[in-house]
Design a protein around this ligand. Structure first.
Ligand code: AMP
Length: 204
């Protein structure tokens, strides 16, 4: 867990890669649905463009389908879900309560700096930053040579809205997991390897 720009996607990808379990990102699934123009993608587009959350029943349905997939039998890294207390309760009802919840903590001005400069590979999802982590060739992914793009919701006005939504709707989920004794709050500042070591240590 963590606010937009806290590094959830970067850390979840690293963890999944190094621990050999699937990375399940509701944001990635929704963006992919939009690229393919599916009914789910069309349903989600307006909410995402405005920086709002997609309705709970839609996202819970996505996660339910994804967890039924055989590759999640030994667990997975959930990224960007649950984002509301209703979603957290639904996850418990599905019989998949999380065993550990990591929240990355980053000051707001750093979140805005990261998001306004973020560029993402359209093909493999690797993330870059125009000044603090630029690709070797502008606009091209170092890893797979895919095209880098700026997410529609990474525009400054939408970023502010996403941060408000996080404080209003997602912060209560932190309390839910804190009360359950599952929450590990980890500083999300520093380079990605440093943050990874902190995250991995809490999960060990
Ligand atoms: P992310 O890639 O996690 O930053 O998500 C991007 C956008 O997708 C969010 O701003 C929401 O509009 C939508 N989204 C992703 N995950 C969820 C979720 N669990 N619940 C509701 N909306 C979500």
């Amino acid at each position: 867990m963590g606010a937009p720009g806290a590094g959830k996607g970067t850390q979840a990808r690293l963890l999944a890669e190094r621990k050999g379990i699937p990375h399940v990102s509701t944001g990635d699934i929704l963006r992919e649905a939009q690229e393919h123009g599916t009914p789910l993608g069309r349903q989600a587009r307006d909410f995402m463009e405005r920086g709002q959350l997609v309705p709970d029943d839609v996202v819970v349905g996505i996660v339910e389908d994804r967890l039924r997939n055989g590759d999640c039998v030994h667990g997975c890294i959930l990224d960007g879900f649950p984002r509301t207390v209703t979603q957290a309760r639904a996850l418990e009802r599905l019989g998949n309560p999380p065993t550990s919840v990591v929240a990355l903590v980053v000051p707001e001005e750093e979140l805005v700096r990261r998001l306004t400069g973020r560029r993402v590979c359209r093909a493999c999802g690797t993330m870059f930053h125009v000044t603090s982590n630029p690709p070797r060739v502008a606009g091209v992914c170092d890893r797979c040579r895919g095209e880098l793009y700026q997410r529609d919701d990474d525009l400054e006005s939408t970023i502010r809205r996403r941060l408000e939504v996080y404080a209003e709707q997602t912060a209560p989920v932190l309390k839910h997991y804190r009360d359950a004794g599952l929450l590990h709050e980890v500083p999300g500042t520093g380079d990605r390897e440093e943050v990874y070591q902190r995250v991995a240590a809490t999960l060990r």
